[in-house]
Design a protein around this ligand. Structure first.
Ligand code: OOG
Ligand code: NI
Length: 460
């Protein structure tokens, strides 16, 4: 029998091999990431593994896929459900400062701590908002709906196996093999010719709309390795002549603890795709849709920490507005140093970052320990271990989408957008979209209950 986490690990590895064949620059990115990680481990020793073992970090990937309808999203959720991944977080990219994209998104990922340790594969999953009148007028909407209703992204055999794996949390070896084969196939780039006029009609609205609704299948859009020093990776890729986007998204590099998520990307080369003209002739064309992305992960922030992060981003925008773009990093570092605590300890004590708490073994139990967490930490009864941020950032996501598109598309700014939130997405998917903060809180609180029990306290 192959259990869920082994299915997930095998799927990640096979998807990675498939994507490396399709997009050779990705394979290069994975190589450079591995080199950087090995160098950081050599240079920093155990400190390099503070936010995850080298084994986990090296195998770690996130993917991105895009689907067209709630029905397709429900099916994707079954495939990822088979791998022990659940929808976490709601991201509305239609109204972000940097861009207007006709999608709403969630991320499928494992939720339990031990499952994340075994393999933390996550997939940023976006669904086209076909009903949003700002992007699609009535005519385009009905043509798009008909087109999407007429395609099948996941066949019945794959979905049947997925349902079994999800219900039984394992599959017999032969079925597991078949499931993995079909699941990876479902995310390969199709060789089927693309209707050129249809693709172009959607591209006028948004390149993302065309990528999703202009073809009869879906594909993995990118696969992202995790790296321990993203600034160093950026330098090495640039030195190899690979043109990266001009920034690293998210928090700046600074002296204090790494928080949340830093990401950067490069545009993949144009990929050959067969295009069919209105008269039926098929020509070889090329589309530039997919790209390479890499990320460094930091400590998860509490609601208060996240609110502070969002405020600081605004402050950086304000201060950087009248300065050359190249100085943004400088400005951000200054803002960070001014407002964020420089140590993990303070991040924990001020309630800004998520940690789990553990009894320090062998500590002589003199007197009664304080019940206040700060005192327990200061007096050395308890130590704090950071919880890694397992999710995404909407502004970075929009930036990653946008910086890799050739055209910005169009949106009717005069109209009201349709309301979309986590609840509506849950309804569409028939699965609850989990709140990331609640998951981190649960993990922290469970550790506090353990500590209280071990110290014989009512609560900490
Ligand atoms: C998803 C873009 C978002 C990230 O890492 O923030 C994303 C997409 O391009 O489909 O992957
Ligand atoms: Ni990504």
């Amino acid at each position: 029998m192959i259990g869920q986490w082994r299915l997930r690990a095998a799927f990640t590895a096979r998807l990675s091999r498939m994507y490396g064949r399709e997009v050779p620059a990705y394979a290069e990115l994975v190589d450079v990431s591995r080199e950087v990680n090995e160098d950081v481990l050599r240079a920093r020793g155990a400190a390099a593994e503070r936010l995850g073992s080298i084994g986990r970090v090296t195998a770690e990937r996130h993917g991105a896929i895009r689907v067209g309808t709630p029905g397709e999203l429900r099916q994707v959720a079954r495939v990822f459900g088979a791998l022990g991944m659940r929808p976490v977080g709601f991201y509305d990219l239609r109204d972000t400062a940097a861009s207007a994209l006709p999608v709403v998104s969630t991320a499928f990922r494992p939720v339990a701590e031990d499952e994340l340790d075994r393999n933390p594969f996550r997939v940023f999953t976006s669904m086209l908002t076909v009903s949003d009148p700002r992007f699609f007028d009535a005519d385009l909407r009905s043509r798009l709906t008909a087109f999407l209703d007429g395609r099948e992204l996941f066949g019945p055999e794959l979905l049947g196996l997925a349902d079994r794996a999800e219900a039984e949390r394992e599959l017999p070896e032969a079925d597991a093999e078949r499931f993995l084969e079909l699941a990876v196939q479902a995310f390969e780039l199709s060789a089927e010719p693309i209707d050129r006029d249809w693709y172009a009609a959607l591209e006028r609205v948004s390149a993302v709309a065309a990528d999703i609704g202009g073809v009869r299948s879906t594909h993995i859009n990118h696969l992202t390795p995790r790296v321990l020093d993203i600034d160093e990776l950026y330098r090495r890729m640039t030195a190899r002549g690979i043109e990266m986007i001009d920034t690293i998204q998210g928090p700046p590099r600074w002296e204090g603890p790494d928080v949340l998520l830093r990401q950067t990307s490069f545009r993949a080369l144009a990929e050959p795709r067969a295009l069919r003209a209105a008269d039926g002739t098929v020509t070889r064309g090329a589309l530039r849709v997919r790209f390479g992305e890499v990320e460094a992960r930091g400590i998860a922030l509490t609601r208060e920490g996240r609110a502070l992060y969002d405020r600081l981003l605004g402050l950086v925008d304000e201060r950087a507005a009248h300065r050359p773009a190249a100085e943004r990093g400088e400005v951000a570092r200054a803002v960070w140093t001014e407002h964020l605590p420089p140590t993990e300890r303070e991040l924990a004590e001020r309630g800004l970052g998520f940690f789990t708490y553990h009894l320090v073994p062998g500590r002589p139990r003199k007197g009664r320990p304080a019940t206040d967490l700060g005192a327990l930490l200061r007096e050395g009864w308890v130590r704090a271990e950071p919880i890694v941020y397992e999710d995404f950032l909407p502004r970075s996501a929009a930036g990653i989408f946008q910086s890799n598109l050739s055209s910005t598309g169009s949106r009717d700014g005069a109209r009201e957008g349709s309301v979309y939130d986590a609840e509506r997405l849950s309804g569409a998917m028939e699965r609850e979209v989990l709140d990331p903060f609640t998951l981190y809180e649960r993990q922290r609180d469970a550790s506090l209950v353990r500590v209280a029990r071990e110290l014989d306290l009512d609560s900490v």
